[in-house]
Ligand binder design. Structure first.
Ligand SMILES: [Zn+2]
Length: 342
């Protein structure tokens, strides 16, 4: 990246109300057929413009073409039954109605590649595309076929790798894997979760990122966070493994959280997307607050490796608030850039 402190969001932005009812997860599409296709592309154009206007340096699709960051990918795979769903506890935390793996899974066709090509045509800026990570996929469905989280993760890693290679060929600069489950199942991360992620990035020459967070600002997550005490040390369990991996960028939660910033030292050498925007609060950060968070991390990450970002996706927020937070992120990064200008 030829700019100091390149800014980007983790992934999602709120959708326009004419596309899906706002401020909720798994929000259903309002349009159908060709109109839905056109509506998604229009929403992509808007998401791009809003990021450009706010001064984002790395552009994302704002996840405008997917209903949910995990299930939309799974919907495109064969071997999964979406009709007869099951209620399971996900992230060891809350119940969700999820699809069921009933047979060997396979990716019959590309999932996001056309969307990525569409976005690529509209901007010369670097683009980042988010995919769910294998472990988080395993933790967002019911498996009635493989009967092994590890085996299923391995199969998901293979299809994610196929998708990632096509996204790379479509001109995506950074492919990010969302692994919130890494913050919950430490033993599994160390046993097979990281290995599955490495399988998913196998053979890629674009940059790769892993996003590990404390979730969207929804009630179940906010309750969970209250049980984690005054210091959230989950990253301590998994960062050493990530540090040794081939992943280039680590995206983590920082602003307004109880994560000790010193834990960033554990991924020294990696690029670090520091969450300097709280997605669980409707209060828009001031540029100074963003700058303060970034400044605190500089003891543990070299400035050329610091990528200012959000704590997680902004899908459940109102559009105005998300817009304000986007601008605050850029303005905060600018303060630090000016401090370091020679
Ligand atoms: Zn997240």
């Amino acid at each position: 990246m030829n700019i100091l402190l390149p800014t980007s969001i983790v992934g999602s932005l709120p959708k326009p109300a004419w596309l899906a009812p706002p401020e909720k997860l798994w929000s259903p599409w309002i349009l159908e057929g060709d109109k839905l296709m056109e509506g998604k592309q229009d929403a992509l154009r808007i998401a791009l413009q809003e990021q450009l206007l706010a001064g984002a340096d790395i552009i994302c699709d704002g996840e405008q073409t997917r209903q949910h960051f995990v299930t939309t990918f799974i919907e495109h795979l064969s071997g999964v039954d979406f009709e007869n769903r099951k209620i399971v506890k996900i992230r060891n935390r809350y119940d969700a109605s999820v699809p069921v793996v009933v047979n060997e899974i396979a990716r019959q066709k590309a999932v996001f590649v056309d969307d990525a090509k569409f976005l690529r045509k509209q901007t010369d800026k670097p683009i980042k595309w988010a995919l769910p990570g294998p472990m988080t996929m395993v933790d967002t469905l019911y498996d009635a076929h493989y009967k092994s989280r590890e085996k299923l993760a391995w199969e998901f890693a293979k299809v994610l790798n196929e998708e990632a290679k096509e996204l790379q060929a479509a001109g995506v600069d950074i492919i990010q894997f969302d692994e919130p489950a890494f913050n919950v199942f430490f033993d599994e991360v160390n046993d097979w979760g990281m290995a599955a992620l490495e399988r998913a990035i196998d053979g890629l020459h674009c940059e790769t990122a892993v996003h590990v967070c404390y979730g969207y600002g929804i009630q179940a997550n906010n309750h969970w966070k209250k049980t984690l005490g005054s210091e959230w040390r989950q990253y301590e369990e998994i960062f050493p493994k990530i540090q040794k991996s081939n992943i280039d960028i680590v995206s983590l939660e920082c602003h307004n959280s109880n994560v000790p910033v010193s834990l960033i030292e554990l991924v020294r050498g990696k690029k670090v997307m520091v969450g300097a925007i709280d997605v669980a609060s409707a209060k828009i950060e001031t540029p100074e607050e963003v700058a303060d968070t970034l400044r605190r991390t500089l003891e543990f990450v070299n400035i050329e490796n610091l990528y200012p970002s959000t704590n997680c996706g902004m899908a459940p927020l109102s559009r105005n608030i998300a817009r304000g937070k986007l601008s605050a992120l850029s303005a905060g990064a600018k303060i630090i850039r000016n401090e370091f200008a020679i």
